[in-house]
Design a protein around this ligand. Sequence first.
Ligand code: G
Ligand code: G
Ligand code: MN
Ligand code: NA
Length: 253
Amino acid sequence: LQVEEDFIKAMERKEFRLYYQPKLDLVSGKIIGVEALVRWEHPEKGLLPPLEFIPFAENSGLIIPLGEWILRTACLQIKEWQESGYVHMLMSVNLSAPQLYQPEFADKVQQILTETKLTPKFLNFEITEGVMLDAFQAPKVIRELKGLGVQISLDDFGTGFNSFHYLQELPIDTIKIDQSFVQNCYTDLNDGTIVKSIIEMAHQLQMNIVAEGIYSADQLIFLQQNHCNIGQGYLFSKPLPPDELMKQIDNIE
Ligand code: G
Ligand code: G
Ligand code: MN
Ligand code: NA
């Protein structure tokens, strides 16, 4: 297939880029980590967002080699930042279903951690409820990953069919409230109640809580007043290439 060939060529030519969006402690305002978000710097079409190629990569299986490159690159990057003084920065990496459910995925992760000399607790996998849907395989592989010492976030929380089941069944460190709830949390009484309840539940379960998609001061104030501890969104910074992010960090902090 032509598209597959193009995709493989793009990997060989190193046309994929990782952008990083900071996550902030909403009390201190300090950056506690970043989420890696992939882009394709296409020679003709320009910078392509993940939604334009991740579905194809998932369906073709090419997400496996791409995902391995993403994970290795993200681990090397965070290691580099830690060595330059940002010692506690957490790296969050998104996982697709074919990656998580490939044979011996945890071994592959261990290998990359060893190779990059990254302390496992500084790596956090963001896994959506949709990806967790494989009820048979999910608990096993999530436990294997936890066994390596990495962290697990439940991404897009509240949008799946089984949100509470995953919290009951899986060793989750962090709940990431979907941005659809965050968007109108300070104007819509229902959305606000849902967000408050998720935050409260996360605290009771002794899990971290992250709000994503924060773009206004009103949202931020609501989240701070309701004790959401971590936030991410355009209000602080959009996803940026590594060197630009480093310049931003000096402005934010
Ligand atoms: O960067 P942007 O907000 O456009 O990303 C859109 C979505 O693409 C994210 O919510 C995430 O689900 C997916 N995505 C981005 N980067 C990666 C990645 O490195 N791996 C996987 N599997 N999905 C990603
Ligand atoms: O994997 P996940 O769906 O959580 O990725 C986060 C997505 O949300 C990325 O596509 C990122 O670019 C996007 N995003 C991050 N901050 C904001 C924001 O403040 N507003 C909106 N609309 N999107 C955001
Ligand atoms: Mn995510
Ligand atoms: Na999300």
